[in-house]
Ligand binder design. Structure first.
Ligand code: BUJ
Length: 651
């Protein structure tokens, strides 16, 4: 891992913990980058609008994996017509619009709308989770100790970001852009040019615009379209435990982070609150249909809760302290993905959840940002907490009267609101109960072996998903792999369509009784890997087809006529995402997951480690059995590795 043993403070006595920073300044900031956080932002390249001809041919290539030849011919005809007529017009319009809005990307507006106009519950439909590995030091994975350390480190991260002292995010292609020398030079290159300087040193700065929505930020339900509100003046934290909501200031009047022992005392005070759970916990409302919640929120304000709601909205983030503990991977997924609804505020930009045994995760609202920004926060606080904890298991909370600093939030509820919450609670359980889930930990092989075989690990993971689904159903299906386009200003994501004609051929070949020999199969695997690699590279460069067609469709919806391509059943079918997939790699991540995006689909989070591979999958049992699916994925992995091993010997 990235944490070196010698860096980790062994059980340090509390007194020396307080005195371990070089200066009072370094206690306040998690880092002090000499290159300002947003240094590259003004010269970030713009997300390209692909050529219409490229989009159409890429679209048809993806359709080739799903359609038979007759259907394909029809879809090809419709697509060519689109390219020649309405598509060409819409594309022209999109390019003109994009030229007029140089401060952003062509996808930013439509993508925010996609999230914010959706009226579906954010729970399962949007919010994913990522969980932390345990603290490497004995005794630190304890609820109170861990929560306190996370709060201090989060505050150090937040202050560092506010002061623009957080290192800009750069994707390094070599060593040059990582060096101290690079930082010393690039800081003097004006922001209007700095991106080019980094590029020349083989570094690709990533868009940082989403970081402004990380803290003090929330989604607010509004009729028809929600909004995102940020209030950087707030210094308080929202804590939910047992359905009760509390706030306290993390910073003092001078803006300095309060002593860890005091924050320790506040959290200890909250954990010792014996009041029975409230009869009407408001958290359920944030899991409601967005219009229902918008109307109830208006009622809440009308009943005099406007100020208290503002306190919730502006809090740094939400810390959820759980009285229960996850016993295994499945219960951890349930707890961190949806929990019990009462102890959450799903609208906050993110919630840090710490269970009774100190198991911790981040659950985040998705409209404001994507994995890259969340993972940066996640990794930084994990390292800070692991390397420089502010309280140790032997620390005692400060001897203060915490009740003077911790305020329990009280809401005024009339009968209609109480009924609304009761209904929201019922809807919540109806919504989450059917979700089924299972995980596969595959420990026989990992990234190291795949490197040996010269197969891209991500493409192999995707191929096993394709083969697994094919084994389960005999079919191919609409597949989505999330790919970041943060290399561009206001980039979000693009879709890698990892179901390809190559994966279909490969799936069929492996399932034939009289199977081809290892060398032939090996060539098929290689073809899948090559194709997937090129699709992934294209997607990361903004050269997929999904976002372009999505933007064109959004434009078309503003006029009355809907082009035939968007009414083609094959278009609906390829966008009915049965296999929704996403991966991330970080030594700080233990588990992660999300729900399916269609009732008959799978939500597939997966991870690639040096010596093991893992899938965490969700589904709704009415359509498929998630364990059957995972068995098919596992047997596919077995077959794939067998072929790779055999062909390696034969070669
Ligand atoms: O694509 C997008 O625009 C956003 C996507 C949407 N969707 C989830 C539907 C694909 N959002 C993301 O990709 C963020 C997902 C963050 C969670 C990823 C979890 C991956 C780690 C799983 C580890 C599994 C390990 C199992 C071990 C037994």
């Amino acid at each position: 891992g990235r944490i070196r043993k010698e860096q980790v403070l062994a059980a340090v006595p509390c007194t020396s913990v307080q005195g371990r920073f070089k200066s009072s300044r370094s206690r306040e900031y998690l880092q002090e980058s000499i290159v300002p956080s947003y240094h590259f932002q003004p010269s970030m390249p713009r997300l390209p609008v692909p050529k219409l001809a490229d989009t159409c041919s890429r679209y048809l290539a993806s359709q080739g994996a799903l359609l038979d030849s007759q259907q394909y011919a029809e879809t090809a005809r419709i697509t060519q017509e689109f390219q020649a007529k309405e598509g060409a017009e819409l594309h022209k319009e999109l390019v003109a619009l994009n030229d007029q809005n140089k401060h952003t990307s062509y996808i930013s507006g439509p993508w925010f709308d996609m999230y914010l106009k959706s009226r579906q519950s954010v729970v399962l439909n949007f919010n994913p989770f990522i969980s932390f590995v345990d603290d490497p030091k004995a005794g630190y994975t304890n609820q109170l100790v861990r929560a306190t350390n996370f709060v201090v480190s989060s505050a150090r991260f937040m202050k560092c970001l506010r002061a623009e002292l957080l290192k800009p995010e750069i994707f390094h292609l070599g060593e040059r852009s990582k060096s101290k020398w690079f930082e010393r030079v690039i800081r003097y290159v004006p922001s209007s040019l700095s991106w080019y300087g980094a590029y020349m040193a083989n570094g690709y700065p990533l868009d940082m615009s989403q970081y402004k929505n990380l803290f003090n930020s929330t989604r607010i339900p509004r009729p028809g379209r929600d909004e995102i509100v940020v209030d950087n003046s707030a210094n308080h934290l929202l804590v939910i435990r047992n359905g009760h909501m509390y706030v306290f200031d993390v910073m003092d009047a001078d803006g300095n982070i309060k002593p860890a022992a005091e924050l320790h005392a506040y959290l200890s005070h909250i954990l010792s609150d014996q009041t029975p759970p409230p009869s009407h916990p408001l958290g359920y409302l944030t899991a409601e249909n967005r219009d229902t919640w918008a109307a109830l929120r208006q009622k809440l304000e009308d009943c005099g809760n406007g100020e208290v709601l503002k306190t919730v909205d502006s809090a740094m983030f939400c810390l959820c302290l759980e009285d229960s503990a996850a016993e295994d991977v499945d219960s951890l997924t349930r707890l961190m993905l949806h929990g019990d609804g009462a102890n959450r505020w799903y609208d906050k930009s993110f919630s840090l959840i710490v269970d009774r045994n100190g198991g911790a995760a981040v659950n985040f609202e998705h409209a404001w940002g994507d994995g890259v920004a969340v993972l940066r926060y996640f990794n930084e606080v994990f390292d800070d907490v692991s390397i420089s904890p502010n309280v140790t298991p032997s620390c005692k909370p400060a001897d203060i009267n915490a009740s003077q600093h911790v305020r329990k939030l009280e809401f005024k509820l009339d009968g209609a609101l109480q009924e609304g919450i009761q209904q929201a609670k019922e809807n919540f359980w109806t919504h989450v109960k059917p979700l089924d889930l299972a995980a596969l930990q595959y420990t026989k092989h990992g990234k190291n072996d795949l490197k040996k075989y010269k197969i891209s690990p991500d493409s192999l993971m995707q191929l096993a998903i394709q083969m697994g689904y094919h084994r389960l159903t005999g079919k191919s299906a609409g597949t989505y792999e999330s790919c970041s386009t943060a290399a561009f200003k206001h980039g979000r994501t693009e879709t890698v369509r990892s179901c390809t004609p190559e994966t279909r051929t490969c799936s069929l070949a492996f399932d034939k009784v009289d199977s081809a020999n290892a060398l032939e199969l090996r060539q098929l695997i290689q073809a899948c890997s090559d194709k997937h690699n090129s699709l992934t590279k294209n997607a990361a460069m903004g050269q997929g087809w999904d976002r372009h067609l999505f933007a064109l469709r959004t434009l078309a919806e503003q006029t009355s006529a809907s082009p035939a391509i968007f009414r083609d059943p094959a278009y609906a079918a390829i966008n009915h995402i049965i296999l929704s997939t996403s991966t991330l790699s970080s030594p700080a991540v233990h588990l992660g997951g999300f729900a399916p995006v269609v009732p008959d689909g799978f939500g597939i989070g997966y991870m690639i480690r040096d010596r093991e591979l893992g899938y965490n999958v969700t589904s709704y049992p009415a359509s498929h059995n998630v364990r059957d699916f995972l068995q098919c994925v596992e047997s596919s992995l077995e077959d794939l590795f067998k072929v790779l091993q055999e062909s390696n010997k034969a070669a």
